[in-house]
Ligand binder design. Sequence first.
Ligand code: DX5
Ligand code: ZN
Length: 216
Amino acid sequence: MRITPSILNADLANLAAEVARVPSADAMHIDVMDNHFVPNLTIGLPVVESLRAATEKMLDIHLMIENVDQWAPKYAEAGAESVTFHVEASNAPIRLARELRKLGARAAMALKPATSIEPYADMLGELDMVLLMTVEPGFGGQAFLDLVLPKIKRTRELLGSRPIWLQVDGGVSLDTIERCAEAGADTFVAGSAVYNAEDPDAMVVAMRNAALAVKH
Ligand code: DX5
Ligand code: ZN
């Protein structure tokens, strides 16, 4: 069970310090938005390159951008350990996943809430992680969409016991993490839940314990 805090709701003027506030995190989840794929603009490659130099922590890059086939490899080249592209934005997801792996990164594919996993069942072996959005991508602090739970279960069935991580992102908190873990998620993005907490690192630990307490 891995907790990957999203810096979207952190103080973006003090990124390195915000990363240092959550030493218990398994990775830092970095939301890259281009104001085209989603109606919001955040940070891009130069900031990720600076962050790479500032922390040893695993960087989990979530690309919510168009032209992702062109841009995603650059994040792997910048030293990110995991690069996630949206399948809705990729023209060639298999080729892209192979390219990311070749560059030494973990290849991950994200699905918006209304995108079905079924068309991608046969290509899951090309991936190191599947990210299921549990809100419409674009903003932190939105309410968790329970309607995604059946897709989490179905994706877990399709993955079986393969060592492919199943990540959920959006509205994940102490209130919703158990539902996600029960459905089969093992990697949890948490933005506002962590950074709005009085003690962000204690929240990371509490969320991991809540996920671990779920029996399968
Ligand atoms: C939303 C981003 C999320 C966001 C999650 O599009 O992909 O990673 O930061 O924020 P919370 O946990 O507040 O929903
Ligand atoms: Zn994200």
